[in-house]
Design a protein around this ligand. Sequence first.
Ligand code: GAP
Length: 516
Amino acid sequence: MAATQEETFKKIVAHCKEYGFVFPSSEIYDGLGAVYDYGQNGVEMKNNIKQYWWNAMTRMHENIVGIDAAIFMHPTTWKASGHVDAFNDPLIDNRDSKKRYRADVLIEDQLGKIEEKIQKEVDKARKRFGDSFDERMFRQTNPRVQEHQTKWDALHERYSKAMNEMNLEELKQIILDEGIVCPISGTRNWTDVRQFNLMFATEMGSTADGAMKVYLRPETAQGIFVNFLNVQKTGRMKVPFGIAQIGKAFRNEIVARQFIFRMREFEQMEMQFFVRPGEELRWFDYWKDQRLRWHKALGLGDEKYRFHDHEKLAHYANAATDIEFQMPFGFKEVEGIHSRTNFDLSQHAKYSGKKIEYFDPELNESYTPYVIETSIGVDRMFLSVLCSAYKEEQLEGGDSRVVLSLPPVLAPFKCCVMPLVKKDGLPEKAREIMRMLQLDFRTGYDEKDSIGKRYRRQDAIGTPFCITVDHDTLGDNCVTVRYRDTMQQDRVSIDTLHGMIRSAVDAKPLYEKCLQ
Ligand code: GAP
């Protein structure tokens, strides 16, 4: 029987640990909630993702440069950006279990349950009607689906309104009206809903008046905004131009779920693109298109992406969309693209008392540029790549394997060299080939266990090529190359290895797809 999505996801999490991709943080002390460490293979893949993003942004756009700002920033930054006053989650406690929940997540779970009921009806009907099944028609006409959909629409509308107005009493009332119970105690004995700020605070230095309260940045974007003038002036940048940054961000997430999807310490890749006022919506469309191309160029499957346009916008935004990816637990946000007007630069000008403007030589006037932001979580990107690459395959002869069909450009190891046996000069020859390849590619070496077991180990970490050195190699200078996805084998000359691997792992065709 096929595994459910939930079972598959559990297997992916276990696989990440078993094969050195992701470990729970400080595991010997039983871990730390929603904090994870990347292992020896995870860090390679994560670096490859960052490299792919960084090059696509900075190398492929002559008007985008990068920075690396500090995690600590002057505390007024967060007053200006609105994070001190408005970066809150609505929380509710269950008096019996003493457990704390995000009120919005409880309601979203309730919406999810209704969606599941609809999906069950659809799946049942698909089985019944087979190839002739018209899902759209079924959803529009089936009375049970219609009933669930009406319920979903009403709840969603009420919930969205309450969230937009941050109406805490209404959020609690929805939880009561929907009969939502605490998953631990099973009761409806809820407290009122309260606001909870997501920023981590700590203290810096020590003065006679006490230490200064500083925050761990909850997004990297503000490090870009406060450096707008520095970069524009020293880089002689002309609007439109962008500033890109990769770095850690911290949020005291109350409901930490789905592995590395929602973490308390995570990494963002953000780019702020500064444009003339009035031109922002054209650039917003440009960046929507660019970013989707970047994702799709990896070849994970075009059907796994969709845009989710925001209907209700933050007060400073005039357009916003998410790029969602089909995870085993549904379509989920991986990247946000926001048209943030001139809100951030204006706020920093106001709070710092400095003039933050750009003199446009073509228009012969000064203005505060408008901003299009693209913001993607490295960890969510990592998870989406891993989930789509994970495959369990049944092989001929009753055997099976787990393979990560990773895009070669992101694979932790590009190839692994293996002597057939640990004697007769084969290890020496294999190491010689490894040393030649490692100048250009992350190359593994493995001489332990049977060749079959070694192939399985490399499949499990997504290595595209295994290169086996046998006795004939010493005479004919040829090796056996075994391909990860097809498991086919070819006898090739050692001289051709470099070119073959280069063409498979090269990022160039991906960048070309982004630029089309
Ligand atoms: N500067 C805009 C900003 O930070 P966001 O939608 O809050 O916007 C952007 O975050 C991206 O950062 C998300 O699309 C997601 O990929 C990632 N992200 C946000 N919170 C996260 C968390 N707790 N754990 C992992 N990734 C997170």
